[in-house]
Design a binder for this molecule. Structure first.
Ligand SMILES: [Zn+2]
Ligand SMILES: [Zn+2]
Ligand SMILES: [Zn+2]
Length: 374
């Protein structure tokens, strides 16, 4: 069994840490016991050049960091494998409404990344942001992706977040079919995002056939693995993609507590307002501080699309494990620096004492508790 975190961003994406490079990703993945890490940002030419220069092939569609680039104090054990994904923000009009969706694309090789990037470059600017914004319909991006690379895996990202997702309250759709039309059958997996978890998604029977993946969407290597996937496959792209497509070898996810996600409840961050769906509806969907429309949170959006009651557990549910703390194995009350170019000495000592991978076990939730597996 291994942990895979497939959606992250490099320092070439906006609002990311300057240590978002391969040596730091390797360091943190080893320390956290993550054996498969997405490089993110495959569309960015400078990042791709770095990937080509600093990675060496380590199996079919997977790579490891060049040995001479390892940072000091690296945790012992097998080198993490890197796979090649990227996230693309599609902003377009459909049926008279502006739609905004983020899509994660997993590719089988750096060569495939070159080919797909060349085609995307003809459509929009892929140079200024590792997560480029393209005026391209999500369906058309899927078509272009499959046309260029039939082995790619296309995963709608953080599907409930209000502004930039498949089911987003402001600019999304109510069904997968509405978004991807004739190509809907090529979608095999959905990313839950930090503000939701599989137990919430299981309330929508229309989503039963999909593999529910979780990733950190880390903007800094220290945040790797705050959400992740548990797999039991060989460490190759083909086996990883097959597990995502069929669910075989996909053993569940490691989850944030969704209540800690930025968009779990309705609200206005600047006004300090955060309301449950019931309270938001009682307020008429309007912010009690500024009087403007509230941002509809993930829980409320799930309520709108769900056809099963709260607490429903699917019989074929896969387990999900919760992590204690927000981004660290240790409580937020500990003043140990976990971000920045290098982790602080207290964190290094403590994490070394735990050993790689130990912290990510968190607390297993099984059976029919309120947070039962799904
Ligand atoms: Zn995104
Ligand atoms: Zn992202
Ligand atoms: Zn407000």
């Amino acid at each position: 069994m291994y942990i895979a975190d497939l959606h992250i961003h490099s320092r070439f994406s906006r609002a990311t840490s300057k240590d978002g490079d391969l040596p730091h990703l390797d360091w943190w993945a080893r320390r956290k016991g993550i054996r498969m890490v997405g490089t993110g940002d495959f569309t960015h030419p400078a990042w791709r050049a770095e990937l080509r220069e600093q990675l060496v092939p380590a199996g079919e569609g997977v790579y490891t960091l060049r040995q001479d680039l390892r940072l000091p104090d690296v945790a012992p054990g097998e080198a993490p494998r890197f796979v090649i994904p990227g996230e693309i923000s599609c902003i377009y009009k459909r049926h008279g409404r502006t739609r905004k969706g983020h899509n994660l694309i997993l590719l089988p090789s750096l060569e495939a990344a070159d080919e797909l990037s060349a085609r995307l470059e003809a459509i929009g600017n892929i140079h200024s942001d590792g997560r480029p914004i393209l005026g391209l319909d999500s369906r058309d991006l899927l078509e272009l992706t499959l046309d260029t690379c039939p082995d790619a895996e296309f995963i709608p990202a953080h599907i409930w977040t209000p502004h930039f997702s498949l089911f987003g309250a402001f600019s999304g759709f109510d069904t997968i079919g509405e978004c991807f039309g004739d190509l809907t059958g090529h979608i095999h997996a959905l990313e839950t995002g930090l503000s939701s978890d599989p137990t919430m998604i299981c309330r929508c029977s229309a989503l039963d056939g999909y593999t529910l993946v979780s990733n950190s969407d880390a903007h800094s290597p220290s945040k790797l693995g705050r959400e992740a996937n548990l797999l039991d496959t060989g460490l190759s792209y083909r086996e990883l993609a097959r597990a995502i497509q069929t669910g075989e070898g996909f053993h569940g996810t490691i989850e944030f507590f969704p209540e800690e996600g930025k968009y779990h409840f309705d609200g206005h961050r600047n006004c300090g307002v955060c309301l449950s769906p019931v309270k938001a509806e009682a307020a008429g969907g309007v912010c009690p501080v500024c009087g403007k429309r509230l941002t509809t949170g993930v829980l409320h959006r799930v309520e709108q699309l769900a056809d099963r009651p709260e607490g429903y557990v699917r019989p074929d549910a896969r387990p999900c494990w919760r992590l204690w703390g927000r981004s660290s194995p240790f409580s937020g009350r500990c003043r140990w620096r976990t971000s920045g170019p290098r982790p602080g000495p207290a964190w290094r000592r403590a994490s070394a004492a735990c050993g790689p991978g130990r912290w990510s076990a968190g607390r297993a939730l099984t059976g029919s508790t309120a947070s039962s597996p799904c």
